[in-house]
Design a protein around this ligand. Structure first.
Ligand SMILES: [Zn+2]
Length: 163
């Protein structure tokens, strides 16, 4: 039947979970599916729980959600970042990007993406990251991700200090 759902083996979320050795539970599907559908969203545990609760009829308790997020992060399906208020934020690991250059200001503790500021150099970084990952993969390393952080004083703080 044309209207029937595709078999679960063809489901990209199930495939991702299986490939990373995770059980394909409805909770895991829900969380990973939601984050993959919102790739530009970087959410805290609490924000994610609220978003899932309003998006789904399925109630996910806090402990289950936290464990699941930890597991998904451990296997590299989620990217965890600590924001300016030292709160952990999660987003789906971008498939094509192994290193997202970002800037951590040591003065105001803001964490901002650098792709815009780096322009063409950002793709050089991504290529360098990909070739490093490929070299490690050839040695047998698995489930890798890379975090590229530049630390210093941001433009706003620098301007404030010199004013
Ligand atoms: Zn700053």
């Amino acid at each position: 039947m044309a209207s029937s759902l595709p078999p679960s083996v063809a489901d990209p979320i199930d495939a991702l979970l299986s490939a990373h050795g995770l059980r394909r539970t409805s909770a895991a599907r829900l969380v990973l599916g939601w984050l993959l559908a919102h790739p530009d969203t970087s959410y805290t545990h609490a924000q994610l729980q609220a978003a899932l609760a309003s998006d789904s009829s399925e109630a996910l308790d806090r402990v289950t959600l936290y464990r699941l997020i930890d597991r998904l992060t451990q296997v590299g399906l989620l990217l965890c970042r600590v924001d300016a208020n030292r709160v952990r934020r999660y987003q789906a690991m971008p498939a094509s990007v192994h290193a997202i250059p970002h800037f951590e200001c040591q003065s105001c503790h803001r964490d901002s993406p650098l792709a815009g500021a780096l322009k063409a150099n950002a793709s050089d970084l991504e290529r360098a990251a990909q070739s490093a990952i490929a070299a490690l993969q050839a040695l047998g390393y698995q489930d890798m991700s890379m975090d590229f952080a530049v630390r210093g004083v941001c433009i706003d703080c620098a301007a404030g200090a010199s004013a």
